[in-house]
Design a protein around this ligand. Structure first.
Ligand SMILES: [Zn+2]
Length: 128
């Protein structure tokens, strides 16, 4: 059985989406992704590199390393919540609606972790 590209509902072989709403939401998503994918890619790359660099710095100058790593996790989480762009194989296996939801949950978990790390950083390293 073929499934709607957006919500995963079963459809006939002649259709791509189960309803106009799903088609519109899919087009909106790809517009949004096309508009922000560059920004997302750059910030993503900086944050993903920031985590190991922060960890390395941590062994040299602990407060700086910890601050870097905490901010990298926080910004990465925030970016993923705002721009929940799933990877291609997630979209094909889960369909767009669920893939976006799962990606946003991953972002939220990172964001909460980042907030917790920043609070720990403020208390233990920056001594606020
Ligand atoms: Zn649908």
């Amino acid at each position: 059985m073929k499934k709607c590209d957006y919500c995963g509902k079963e459809i006939t072989y002649f259709e791509q989406y189960c309803c106009d709403e799903c088609q519109r939401k899919t087009l909106d998503f790809y517009d949004y992704q096309a508009k922000y994918s560059k920004l997302f890619g750059v910030v993503n790359a900086v944050c993903v590199m920031g985590i190991p660099i922060g960890l390395f710095m941590f062994s040299v100058v602990a407060p700086i390393g910890f601050t870097m790593m905490s901010l990298a996790v926080l910004i990465l989480g925030l970016m993923i919540v705002i721009f929940p762009f799933p990877v291609e194989n997630m979209i094909s296996s889960m369909k767009l609606k669920k893939a976006v939801k799962v990606t946003r949950i991953i972002g939220a978990v990172l964001l909460v972790t980042g907030v917790a790390l920043v609070i720990l950083d403020l208390i233990f390293f920056l001594k606020f």
